[in-house]
Design a protein around this ligand. Structure first.
Ligand code: PEP
Ligand code: MG
Length: 889
C-alpha cells in the first residue's frame, strides 16, 4: 500500500485520502506556488493506526524514502548538528476541524542541532526560541504535559527580566527557558526530552493520529456531523521561519471578507513570529494591508498569489503564509469558511465575475445559512449602555448573562439560561462552552483568532479583540474603559455585525432578509443591500429549478398571509385543534360532557359558526391556493382540566363542605377519559368514528366557508385531511360521511365545491397498506412526526429531553430522527407508500407536513422519492424553497 504522497504527487480532489490541508498543499505545489517541500501520510494510515494501535508495517520504510527525498531536495539532513533540516508535523482531516487536532513545529532540534541552526541563521536568539517552542509544543501535544507548566515557566523568566514580552528575551534568557522546559519534561515524564530527530518525528506523527480521538475533536465532529471513523492525514513539511527577525513574519489572509463577502484585503499579520501565534490570538496582529508598508515585494507577491488561488478554486480562499527574510511561503490554503451573509453575497459576485453559473451559486449556499439570515438584529436605543466596540467577527445579535468559563456556560445553558461566553481569548478547550453560549466575546485576537474562526463555522455570534475590556476570568468579571464592572450573571448584549458590546439587553429588529420576504424591501431598489439582492437572485433561480412545491403549516389568517408572502403555494397542514382553545374550551367541555345526542348536537351547533369564520379568513388569505384542513387530531381530554389538579380542587371543596356539582361531573368525565398512552389512544380518525357528529361539523364548517367565499367572488380550494388512519375502512367511513355533508351544503348553497378528501400517512400500518388506502384517498400527506414516533416507538414529547443526548453521545444516530428524517427506517416506509399509492391511483397527490418539511436534508429526500410538495412552518418556507432548488440541481 502507498501510505505516503509527496506534495508533488497529489491534488485538491484527494481530500479523503490526503486531508484538506494535504490535498491543497499538493494543489498549490502543482500550481508552481512557493510551498515548502514535504509529504503527506494518508488518512488510510491513520485509520490503520486507530484500528490496530500501531502504524502499518511498511510505513517506516516509506517515511525513510520520502524523508530522504526531502533531505535531498533541501540539501539538509533532519536534525543535522551543523545545518539541520527542521520539519513541521501537522494534522489535516478531510473535513476542516480548525484547532481541533495537533501540530508540532521545529521537529529536528536538539541540544546539538540548535547550535547548528544558530550558526546557519546567524541568530542565536532565533535558534533557542525555536528550540523552546519545540519542547513546549512537543511536551504538550506528544507527551501530554499540562501546557500551563510551560507557560508559567516562561512567564517566570519574563518576570525575572522585568518584561511581559517574549521579544524582550535574548538568547541567554531563552537558553534558560529551554533548561527549565527540559526539567519540566523530565519531572513530568521521568524521561529526558528525546534528542533523536527521527524519534521526535515518529512520536509527533503518532500523536497527530491519536489527536483524532481527543475529547474536543470528538465534540466538534459530533456537532458538525463529521464521521468519527474518517481519520486524519499527517503533513510533514520542511520548516520556514517567520521568527527570524523583523524581515520575517507570519499571517493569515482571506481573498474576500469572510464576514460580509466584500472584496478587499482581509487578514492579519504578525512580524517576527511563528505560525501558531496568529491563530492563537496571543499577540495582537496588524491588518494585512499594513504589510504593504512593511514588505512591499512580499505583499505584492501575496496579492498575486491570492487572486490566482481565487480564480483557480473559483471561491473565497483562506490562506496561511510565512515570510522568511523577505521570501513569501504558502503554508496552507482552503476554500474558506464564511458567514451566511458572505456565502450569498460571494456566490452572486462570482457569477457576475463569470467564475461560476447560477446553478453553482445555488449549490454554494444552504438552507441553514438562509435560516441564520432570518434571525433578528439589534436596534439602537433602549437603556442598555454601550461598553466598547470590538471586532465584528461573526454576525448576529446575542443577549445573555456573562459567564467566564466554558464549564459555567454549559451548566447554565443546561438549566435553560442564555449566556454569553466572555474570555480573554478562546482555545479549543472552550469548544463546549462556545456551543452552549448565545455568543462569544473575547478581548484579544483578530478576525482569524480561534474564537472568530470557530464561531463563524458554527454560525454563532462573536465579537473578538475588544481590547479595551480587562477580562479577569479568575475573578469572573470584566471591566470596561469607563470603569463599569460586569460580573458573572450580568446581562450583556453583543453585536457580531458591528462589534458593539452593551451592558443590559438591547432590543432587536427583524433582519433585512425577512423584511425583503415580507415585501417591505424591493430588491431592485436602493434600499436593498448586496445581501438582499443576492438572496433574491439565488431564490429566484432555486424556484425556477425546483420540482417540489412548497406549502406551509398554518392555522391562522396571519400566519397564512405571511407564509404566502414568504413564497408558500398553499397550506399543507391547517391544524384545527387551536380553534378549540381559549373561550371555546367551554363549548368543547359541553361537547365532551354531553348527556345524550341532543346536548351534544347543541354543543356542536355552537362550535360550527366559530369554525366557519376561522376557515373563511384562511381561505381568503390563501385565495386560489390549496388549503389542506386537517380534522381534529388530539385526544379530547387535552381540552379538559388536568386530572390531578381537578382532583385536588374537588377534594379541597369537599373539605370546606362546599362540594361543586359541576366539578364533580367534570372529574368523573376526566377520569373516564384518562389514557395511559394518549398518543396511541382515542385521537385522529378514531375520534371521528367515536364522537358522533364531530367530523361532520368540521366538514360542514369547511364547506359553508368555501361556498361563502365563492359567492363573494373568491377562489377557495379546500382539501379535507383525515389524520391517524391505519386502515382503509376507517377512512372509508369518514369519507362517506364527509361527502354527504359536502353534497348537502353545496346543494343548499347552489355552489359547486370540489374538495379533495385525503389522509395523513402517520401510522406505519397506513404506509404498509398504502395501496388499499389510496383507493379511498385523493391525496396522502406524510405526518412524519407521528410516523417517526410510531416507527421507532419513541414518544415524541419525551425522548428528546429524556435521553437523546446519550443516544447522540453514543453515536446511535448523529441527529435526532424527529429533526432530520431517518432515511433507512421511516424513509423506507415513505418510499413504500409512495410507490404503492401511485400504483393504485396514478394522480394521487403526495405531500409531507411533519417538521421534516423544513429540514434541509429531509427536503432532499422528499425530492428524491418524488413527492409533489413539502409543507413547513412559515419561517422555514424560504429555506424549503432554496433546498428544493438545490435538490433539483
Ligand atoms: C405529524 O404527525 O407529522 C403531523 C404533521 O401531525 P401532528 O404534528 O399535528 O401530530
Ligand atoms: Mg400527527
Amino acid at each position: 500500500t502507498k501510505w505516503i504522497y509527496d506534495f508533488s504527487e497529489g491534488n485538491k480532489d484527494q481530500k479523503d485520502l490526503l486531508g484538506g490541508k494535504g490535498a491543497n498543499l499538493a494543489e498549490m505545489t502543482n500550481l508552481g506556488l512557493p510551498v515548502p517541500p514535504g509529504f503527506t501520510i494518508t488518512t488510510d494510515a491513520c485509520r490503520y493506526y486507530l484500528e490496530h494501535g500501531d502504524t502499518p508495517p511498511e510505513l517506516d520504510q516509506q517515511v525513510i524514502e520520502h524523508l530522504t527525498a526531502l533531505e535531498k531536495a533541501m540539501g539538509k539532513t533532519l536534525g543535522d548538528p551543523d545545518d539541520p533540516l527542521l520539519v513541521s508535523v501537522r494534522s489535516g482531516a478531510a473535513a476542516s476541524m480548525p484547532g481541533m487536532m495537533e501540530t508540532v513545529l521545529n521537529v529536528g532540534l536538539n541540544d546539538e542541532s540548535v547550535q547548528g541552526l544558530a550558526r546557519q541563521s546567524g541568530s542565536e536568539r532565533f535558534a533557542w526560541d525555536s528550540y523552546r517552542r519545540l519542547i513546549q509544543m512537543f511536551g504538550k501535544t506528544v507527551l501530554d504535559i499540562d501546557g500551563e507548566l510551560f507557560e508559567h515557566a516562561l512567564d517566570e523568566v519574563k518576570r525575572e527580566q522585568g518584561t511581559d514580552l517574549d521579544l524582550d528575551l535574548d538568547a541567554e534568557h531563552l537558553k534558560d527557558v529551554v533548561a527549565r522546559f527540559k526539567a519540566i519534561v523530565r519531572d513530568e515524564t521521568g524521561q529526558d526530552f528525546p534528542q533523536d530527530p527521527r524519534a521526535q518525528m515518529d512520536m509527533a506523527i503518532n500523536a497527530v493520529f491519536d489527536s483524532w480521538n481527543s475529547d474536543r475533536a470528538i465534540i466538534y465532529r459530533r456537532r458538525e456531523r463529521i464521521p468519527s471513523d474518517a481519520g486524519t492525514a499527517v503533513n510533514v513539511c520542511s520548516m520556514v521561519f517567520g521568527n527570524l527577525g523583523s524581515d520575517s513574519g507570519t499571517g493569515v489572509a482571506f481573498t474576500r471578507d469572510p464576514g460580509s463577502g466584500a472584496q478587499g484585503v482581509y487578514g492579519d499579520y504578525l512580524q517576527n513570529a511563528q505560525g501558531e501565534d496568529v491563530v492563537a490570538g496571543i499577540r495582537n496582529t496588524v491588518p494585512l494591508a499594513d504589510l504593504e508598508n512593511i514588505d512591499k515585494h512580499a505583499y505584492d507577491e501575496l496579492m498575486t498569489t491570492m487572486s490566482r488561488l481565487e480564480s483557480h478554486y473559483r471561491d473565497l480562499c483562506d490562506i496561511e503564509f510565512t515570510i522568511e527574510r523577505n521570501k513569501l511561503w504558502m503554508l496552507q490554503t482552503r476554500v474558506g469558511k464564511r458567514t451566511a451573509a458572505a456565502a450569498f453575497v460571494i456566490a452572486t459576485q462570482l457569477v457576475d465575475e463569470g467564475l461560476i453559473d447560477m446553478d453553482e451559486a445555488v449549490r454554494r449556499v444552504t438552507g441553514d445559512q438562509l435560516a441564520q439570515l432570518m434571525f433578528p438584529r439589534f436596534v439602537s436605543g433602549g437603556d442598555a449602555k454601550q461598553l466598547t466596540q470590538g471586532m465584528n467577527a461573526s454576525p448576529g445579535a446575542a443577549v445573555g448573562k456573562a459567564v467566564f468559563s466554558s464549564e459555567v456556560a454549559v451548566q447554565w445553558a443546561d438549566r435553560g439560561e442564555k449566556v454569553v461566553l466572555v474570555r480573554r481569548e478562546t482555545n479549543p478547550d472552550d469548544l463546549s462552552g462556545m456551543i452552549a453560549a448565545e455568543g462569544v466575546l473575547t478581548s484579544r485576537g483578530g478576525k482569524t483568532s480561534h474564537a472568530a474562526v470557530v464561531a463563524r463555522g458554527m454560525g454563532k455570534t462573536c465579537v473578538c479583540g475588544a481590547e479595551e475590556l480587562q477580562v479577569d476570568t479568575k475573578a469572573k468579571k470584566f471591566t470596561a474603559p469607563d470603569g463599569t464592572e460586569v460580573n458573572e450573571g450580568d446581562v450583556i448584549s453583543i453585536d457580531g455585525s458591528t462589534g458593539r458590546v452593551w451592558l443590559g439587553e438591547v432590543p432587536v429588529e427583524p433582519s433585512s432578509v425577512v423584511r425583503y420576504f415580507e415585501g417591505e424591501i424591493d430588491p431592485e431598489s436602493d434600499e436593498a443591500d448586496d445581501l438582499v439582492r443576492s438572496v433574491h437572485r439565488i431564490l429566484a433561480h432555486a424556484d425556477e429549478q425546483r420540482r417540489l412545491d412548497v406549502r406551509t403549516n398554518a392555522d391562522t389568517p396571519e400566519d397564512s398571509a405571511r407564509a404566502r408572502r414568504f413564497g408558500a403555494r398553499g397550506i399543507g397542514l391547517c391544524r384545527t385543534e387551536h380553534m378549540f382553545l381559549g373561550d371555546r374550551r367551554q363549548l368543547v367541555e359541553k361537547l365532551i360532557l354531553a348527556d345524550g345526542d341532543e346536548e351534544r348536537q347543541a354543543a356542536l351547533d355552537a362550535l360550527e359558526p366559530l369554525q366557519r369564520q376561522d376557515f373563511l379568513e384562511i381561505f381568503e388569505a390563501m385565495d386560489g391556493l390549496p388549503v389542506t384542513v386537517r380534522l381534529l387530531d388530539p385526544p379530547l381530554h387535552e381540552f379538559l382540566p388536568d386530572l390531578t389538579e381537578l382532583s385536588v380542587r374537588v377534594a379541597l371543596a369537599e373539605e370546606r363542605g362546599e362540594p361543586d356539582e359541576g366539578n364533580l361531573r367534570l372529574l368523573a368525565a376526566v377520569r373516564g377519559m384518562h389514557e395511559s398512552n394518549p398518543m396511541l389512544g382515542l385521537r385522529g380518525v378514531r375520534l371521528g368514528l367515536v364522537v358522533p357528529g364531530l367530523f361532520a361539523m368540521q366538514v360542514r364548517a369547511i364547506a359553508e366557508a368555501a361556498c361563502e367565499r365563492r359567492r363573494a367572488g373568491g377562489d377557495p380550494r379546500p382539501e379535507i385531511m383525515i389524520p391517524l388512519v391505519g386502515a382503509v375502512q376507517e377512512l372509508e367511513a369518514i369519507r362517506e360521511e364527509s361527502e354527504k355533508v359536502l353534497r348537502e351544503v353545496c346543494e343548499r348553497a347552489d355552489v359547486a365545491i370540489d374538495a379533495l378528501i385525503g389522509t395523513m400517512i402517520e401510522v406505519p400500518r397506513a404506509a404498509l397498506t398504502a395501496g388499499e388506502i389510496a383507493g379511498s384517498a385523493e391525496f396522502f400527506s406524510f405526518g412524519t412526526n407521528d410516523l417517526t414516533q410510531m416507527t421507532w416507538g419513541f414518544s415524541r414529547d419525551d425522548v428528546e429531553a429524556a435521553f437523546f443526548h446519550q443516544y447522540l453521545d453514543k453515536g446511535i444516530f448523529g441527529v435526532s430522527p424527529f429533526e432530520s428524517l431517518d432515511r433507512e427506517g421511516v424513509g423506507t416506509l415513505v418510499e413504500l407508500a409512495v410507490e404503492a399509492g401511485r400504483a393504485a391511483r396514478p394522480d394521487l397527490k403526495l405531500g409531507i407536513c411533519g417538521e421534516h418539511g423544513g429540514d434541509p436534508d429531509s427536503v432532499h429526500f422528499f425530492h428524491e422519492v418524488g413527492l409533489d410538495y413539502v409543507s413547513c412552518s412559515p419561517f422555514r418556507v424560504p429555506v424549503a424553497r432554496l433546498e428544493a432548488g438545490r435538490a433539483a440541481l
